[in-house]
Design a protein around this ligand. Structure first.
Ligand code: CU
Length: 130
């Protein structure tokens, strides 16, 4: 009968130790997860997207990119085109692109950026920045 309290104390001590070990593991898991979150943006490569102007069409007509993405338009037609922002004031304007000419613009703010071709205003496209 005298030994019961000792066994109880040992068992209690062991269970406390187990709990403290588990919480250490949880703490370690939490800290490594937050470290991964912190370093994630640095490992994401800078994005670059291409819009081809082909047969009087912007391809793709609708492009979704991340903030900070660079979009490049290239004229694959044998007639001149532009990629010109529809906003006032204009966010970007490629000026006249002759065959195989390229124009790039980096989108630094989220938004919906409609654009058209000044030579052929029926040609339209949109870049969605998220
Ligand atoms: Cu055009």
């Amino acid at each position: 009968m005298k030994r019961w309290p000792i066994v109880t104390v040992i068992a209690l001590a062991m269970s406390v130790r187990a709990v403290s070990l588990m919480s250490q593991v949880e703490a370690a898991g939490t800290s490594s997860a937050s470290a991964a979150t912190t370093t994630a943006p640095a490992t994401v490569p800078a994005t670059e997207s291409l819009v081809e102007i082909d047969n009087f069409v912007f391809k793709p007509k609708e492009l979704t990119v991340a903030v900070g993405a660079k979009v490049t338009w290239v004229n694959k037609d044998d007639v001149p085109h532009t990629a010109t922002s529809s906003d006032d004031p204009r966010v970007f304007d490629s000026k006249t692109l002759d065959t195989d000419d390229k124009y790039s613009f980096t989108f630094t703010k989220p938004g919906t950026y409609k654009y058209f071709c000044k030579v052929h205003p029926h040609m339209t496209g949109v870049v969605i920045v998220k």
